[in-house]
Design a protein around this ligand. Sequence first.
Ligand code: KG4
Ligand code: ZN
Length: 351
Amino acid sequence: MYEEIAAKKFKELQNKDDYLILAIESSCDETSAAVTRGRDVLSLVIASQIEIHKRFGGVVPEIASRNHVSAIRNTVDEALKQANVSLSDISAVAVTYGAGLLGALLVGVSYAKALAYAMNVPLIKVNHVRGHISANYIADKSLEPPYLCLLASGGHTAIVEVTGYDDVKVIGTTQDDAVGEAFDKVARVLGLPYPGGPEIEKLAKDGKPTIDFPKGFHNKNTLDFSYSGLKTSVINYMHTAAQKGEAVNKADVACSFQKSAVGVMTENVEKALLKTGLKTVVIAGGVASNKHLREEMEKVGKKRGVNVIYPPLKLCTDNAAMIGACAYNLIKEGKGRASLDLDASASVSLE
Ligand code: KG4
Ligand code: ZN
């Protein structure tokens, strides 16, 4: 019975804009819920577990799952309250089903399924990475495919051609570490807490790019990335200095690393813009909150006469509003409806 009602309601939503989506995200260490209407965010609540995982130097999956279980109900209730709506006002429930930590994802997926079933509304499954890209639709209400996207998160580093709301083509990707992963690992060597990205950015402000760390695949005819060489050279620099008993200017190390890491991305974006002829480029993923990256991307945009878009800080890292925005576009295309046997997936392909 539920599936028939949900399928009918899903079809009805396709030509509407003014309905409410309740979106849920729990793929890693943030429990988040949002109420969205089209590209507008009525409320966004993020219960971060960063302080809990900090002492372990990274996310502990089992601890993350347990904390999602504790947080999910209050997070959803708070999102409804802040949007000044009740469950009966919601027309669809959207949820991240992958990629991410399986146990963590399962909490959001199970909660979303129960809500959709109880309210007899469609359940929409959202790919987490597509969600990150969709944060840009909230940032720029007039954004439409085709455009280029630099995806820079803890799990992905890629250059993507977004050819339709549900169509993406990866034209360059990392061959080893993701850029966020490199930020986190370098931060650890510098003795900075998890997550490393924001910590490196903070420390880099006091430093100068005095050290010439290598840029992976620099000057090569490829849109691919490599971060393991850069990461290893920072680690070697620190170890060599420690062995020699030499003092290290950590701010300079952070600044030099950040310059190389960002340089690789902006160089590739410039090549991709030339190759594709696209006139808009967006940034997506946690690393998109990095100010140096934003500034360097602005420079590329000016140089090439291209529009550069990135989400506000709160929408760069994991959040449910981007999941709601992605679900809205899927519904419009008649895609994304999941039945109640939806399962979480640890890995989901981007394309
Ligand atoms: O997109 P995200 O929240 O999670 C994934 O889907 O992977 O990205 C998290 C990553 C972490 O590696 C974190 O260190 C990095 O984004 N990050 C940053 C900054 N803020 C978060 N990296 C550089 N600069 C930042 N300001
Ligand atoms: Zn993410």
